[in-house]
Design a protein around this ligand. Structure first.
Ligand code: SAM
Length: 149
């Protein structure tokens, strides 16, 4: 969580200067959603999950909460020109994360504006996503930071 916050703090400083909403893939109990809301006050954050399980203080407005399989539900947001896509949907199981890697990079590239940033716990290999170095405090193979080119 500390590493995740360090990365989000670093990218939020840049995202704050950019227009466009934030996409939060994996609302979970809402900790990173809450953090992003604090770092980017007033910014629209659209949060996705299979089901709502967030703490009461970290529940998005109904119009910014999208429930269901991200691979299916996020398609209607393509072209939203997001400034940031934060994806926290890794499982730690190689086989499951390998399936995610077949669709998440392309979806992320289509949601971001040019110059927008993606932060993910699973790799984002895609020709339109240029890898950026994470902050020095963060192990390079644990989080993936990319810019949409
Ligand atoms: N970022 C959250 C936080 O700080 O509280 C934690 C997210 S948790 C690690 C991952 C969440 O992603 C789970 O709630 C899970 O239901 C959701 N998730 C994983 N894969 C998904 C998918 N393909 N579609 C929808 N939700 C998914």
């Amino acid at each position: 969580m500390t590493a995740q916050r360090d990365i989000l703090d670093q990218v939020c400083a840049e995202v704050a200067k950019m227009e466009g909403p934030v996409i939060e893939f994996g609302l979970g109990n809402g900790r990173t959603f809450h953090h992003l809301r604090e770092r980017l006050p007033g910014r629209r954050i659209v949060a996705f999950d299979r089901a709502l399980a967030a703490h009461a203080s970290s529940i998005p407005e109904p119009e910014n909460l999208v429930l269901g399989e991200i691979r299916e539900t996020a398609i209607r947001f393509i072209g939203i020109d997001a400034a940031l896509v934060h994806a926290d949907i890794g499982t730690g199981y190689e086989d499951r994360d390998a399936v995610t890697a077949t669709w998440l990079p392309d979806l992320t590239a289509r949601l971001l504006r040019v110059g927008g940033i993606a932060v993910s716990g699973t790799p984002l290999d895609h020709p339109r996503l240029q890898r950026l170095p994470p902050p020095p405090s963060v192990p390079a193979d644990r989080y993936f930071v990319c810019r949409r080119v």
